[in-house]
Design a protein around this ligand. Structure first.
Ligand code: ATP
Ligand code: MG
Ligand code: MG
Length: 341
């Protein structure tokens, strides 16, 4: 493999391409928007997932295709896959694109999820609430991220999301953690240390390692993540989000790509999640992701960007800016990795 195609030109695609460049590999980025985040070479911009000629030319210009965005339309994937391999594979994409298939798959391989019910239309909501109870959370099956497309169902009348959804029982968790796990083309599995995640308004704010939980919990989390990637015959990095409860770990969701809660690995490990993903999809051996520092990763969201002058002067602090232009409320503009020990 010499050239890797990346579907999506956001910050994840950009950090993947930087990691690839360090290994002497080239990246071509396929970005539907007007510009990729920051300054990335070889980007096809304003590129539609309906444009067969553009998709074909892109696929032919690379050796393998990966993605930083899991909601690529099926028709585009079919065309791309007829020309070059897609890693992680189509099954991983299909399972994680849709919260209903995702939770069904997780239960099938013996993992616990929140109790859930299919809510195809608004008319099905009442029956679903009768089965799952309150409080609960209604989530669109597809396309949601950063808490978008979600409605809390409390005591009052329930709002409709406007699209086919799942209703999830509310999990009374004591903590949220995630495992960034990798599986190589040779089937080898490696996981980074689980991180403790804090969300505000549905958006990840901080990830802290070590997560401070008992070894039995973190070991269980890693074993769960390994079970998921093995069951999917997965190649690449996956983010697995988990709720910690008194009755054990519950899988919230999986992301078939590098994950925001894995950004701490840039400051904490010799090989970070981006390089690990590139190694896997390029068919190279996985690297050593052992953690050698304590790190707090903080997202810079919207106006947090104003803190950058101070952050640039802060000790033990690695600043990452995505080059997205003017900040907007709720938009991830960058992140900082603070080495705390
Ligand atoms: P991401 O940006 O991580 O993809 P998302 O939009 O897919 O987010 P979820 O991860 O489903 O959203 O939910 C966002 C947050 O809302 C969770 O991290 C958790 O804090 C809370 N949450 C989601 N589902 C539940 C649940 N069933 N019970 C309790 N809290 C929940
Ligand atoms: Mg999600
Ligand atoms: Mg999530």
């Amino acid at each position: 493999v010499q050239t890797i195609g990346i579907l999506g030109g956001g910050q994840l695609g950009r950090m993947l391409s930087v990691a690839a460049s360090r290994l002497g590999l080239r990246c071509h980025i396929y970005e539907p928007g007007a510009a990729p985040a920051g300054d990335v070479a070889h980007a096809v911009t304003n590129a539609s997932y309906e444009d067969e000629a553009a998709l074909r030319a892109f696929a032919e210009s690379v050796d393998v295709i990966t993605y930083e965005f899991e909601n690529v339309p099926t028709s585009a994937l079919d065309l791309l896959e007829s020309i070059r391999p897609i890693r992680p594979n189509r099954r991983a994409l299909a399972v994680s694109q849709d919260r209903l298939t995702e939770k069904t798959f997780l239960n099938e391989i013996g993992l616990a999820t929140a109790p859930f019910a299919d809510v195809p239309t608004e008319g099905d909501l009442g029956g679903a609430i009768d089965r799952i109870g309150r409080p609960s959370i209604l989530k669109t099956r597809r396309m949601g991220y950063d808490g978008k497309g979600q409605v809390r169902v409390g005591d009052g009348p329930a709002e409709w999301t406007g699209a086919p959804s799942v209703l999830e029982g509310f999990v009374d968790f004591s903590a949220e953690i995630s495992v960034i796990v990798a599986r190589g083309a040779d089937g080898q599995v490696a996981a980074f240390d689980p991180g403790l995640n804090v969300h505000r308004e549905g958006i990840l704010r901080t990830t802290t390692v070590p997560c401070g939980l008992a070894g039995a919990v973190t070991t269980d989390a890693v074993l769960i993540a390994a079970r998921i990637v093995s069951a999917l015959d997965y190649i690449g990095v996956m983010g697995v989000e988990l709720f910690v409860t008194p009755r054990g770990l519950i899988v919230n969701e999986i992301a078939p790509r590098v994950h925001n809660s894995g950004h701490w690995t840039q400051a904490g490990c010799a090989v970070d999640q981006f390089e690990q993903h590139i190694r896997a999809v390029a068919g190279l051996p996985l690297g050593d992701g052992k953690r050698y520092a304590d790190v707090v990763m903080e997202n810079l969201i919207g106006d947090d960007l104003g803190r950058v002058p101070d952050l640039l002067r802060a000790p033990n602090t690695q600043v990452h800016l995505y080059g997205k232009g003017a900040p907007r409320p709720g938009r991830k503009m960058g992140h900082v990795n603070r080495i705390t020990g």
